[in-house]
Design a protein around this ligand. Structure first.
Ligand SMILES: *Cc1c(COP(=O)(O)O)cnc(C)c1O
Length: 362
């Protein structure tokens, strides 16, 4: 049927083959209009119908309560690091942050132009191998919101609980775990995620905002970066990335057809368990993340001898196992096993790792 590789890329990541096949089939002639979906006005009734259906499907998948607005913008999660304070601070000047790794830190650094970033808890001293516990979280009286990253993509570190922030809104960078399993959105003030891990291609960013948090933007916030303005304009204040939006809509349909987040969550847990168990039962591979905080999306591991890294990656690639190199800041290996990566890819990886250990292990 296809010659697709086993793709463990951290992002832009694998997209379901079925979605790509459908996009391919519809590419030249979308909805019998004789043009592709990316060659028509975003305000055309059939495109507007697509975005409305995409939102309805997303709401169903994630069980998004009615008092939350869904907004699609550009700029990726990195742009949101700076746009969140612009939109949410109101007359406050402080934000509380939980620091669990590189992405948390980037959000903390982006706060500098706006006021104080209070790092109220951090696992830096523990090498980012664990997350602060609820009891360690002492919130500042004046913070506009609390920001955290439930899944640190680079470290392969995940929260095993949702912080309880009382009346202070909780803001979550869900870029690398959104839609990986069911979640209770009512625990959050704002959820945001770049698309290129679990939603679709790069270029579109999802925001889920509790409605009472709209309308607090700084007066100098440009309209195109103003969440309330974007929401009022159906996320079409200017031309949106229509093709990325279309592909995201196909991914939402694919998830619904495959049992929704309940089913995908079970598959994700099974995939991660298979890979971690292969790592734990070997004497060549190692993962030091606190067990309860091991990510089910990004599985990091090291080889007993770093000198073998190059050979491991080379032989993996020859077997069609792509993009296993860890982030340049941490080294080692990382297998990103997002929704679109099937169990067959995990099995192929485990079998390769076992063969490699037999040949090169002690
Ligand atoms: C990938 C990622 C980002 C960065 O997304 P961009 O689209 O490059 O801005 C931010 N946060 C997390 C947790 C990520 O995984």
């Amino acid at each position: 049927m296809n010659n697709r590789s086993h793709n463990f890329c951290a992002g832009p990541a694998a997209i379901p083959t079925a979605v790509l096949q459908r996009a391919q089939a519809e590419l030249l002639n979308w909805q019998e209009r004789g043009v592709s979906v990316m060659e028509m006005s975003h305000r055309h009734s059939s495109f507007m119908a697509l975005t409305a259906q995409a939102e309805a499907n997303l709401r169903q998948l994630m069980q998004i309560p009615d008092n939350y607005k869904v907004i699609f913008v550009q700029g990726g999660a990195t742009a949101q690091f700076s746009l969140l304070p612009m939109n949410l601070l109101g007359d406050k000047t402080q934000v509380d942050f939980i620091d669990t790794g590189i992405w948390s830190t980037k959000a903390i650094n982006a706060m500098a132009p706006y006021g104080s970033a209070n790092v109220i808890a951090s696992s830096k001293e523990q090498g980012y191998l664990t997350v602060p516990q609820q009891a360690d979280l002492q919130f500042s009286a004046n913070s506009a919101y609390v920001h955290y990253c439930p899944n640190e993509t680079i470290g392969g570190l995940a929260f095993d609980y949702v912080p309880d922030t009382g009346d202070i809104p909780l803001v979550a960078d869900m870029s690398s775990m959104i839609m990986s399993e069911p979640m209770d959105i009512s625990q959050f003030g704002v959820v945001y995620a770049g698309a290129q891990k679990n939603i679709g291609p790069a270029g579109i960013t999802l925001l889920i905002v509790r409605e009472d948090l709209l309308g607090h933007a700084r007066h100098d916030t440009p309209a195109v970066f103003n969440y309330q303005q974007q929401w009022k304009n159906d996320s079409m204040l200017n031309t949106p990335p229509t093709f990325a939006w279309y592909l995201a809509s196909l991914v939402f349909e694919w998830l619904l057809e495959n049992g929704g987040l309940e089913a995908i969550g079970e598959q994700n847990r099974a995939k991660a368990a298979a890979l971690y168990s292969a790592i734990d039962s070997s004497s060549m591979y190692d993962n030091n993340v606190n067990r309860a905080n091991r990510s089910i999306m990004n599985v990091t591991f090291t080889l007993a001898d770093d000198a073998l890294n190059g050979l491991f990656l080379e032989q993996a690639e020859a077997k069609g196992l792509l993009n296993l190199k860890g982030h340049r800041s941490v080294g080692g290996m990382r297998a990103s096993i997002y929704n679109a990566v099937p169990m067959a890819s995990i099995e192929a990886l485990v079998s390769f790792m076992q063969d490699f250990e037999q040949q090169h292990g002690k």
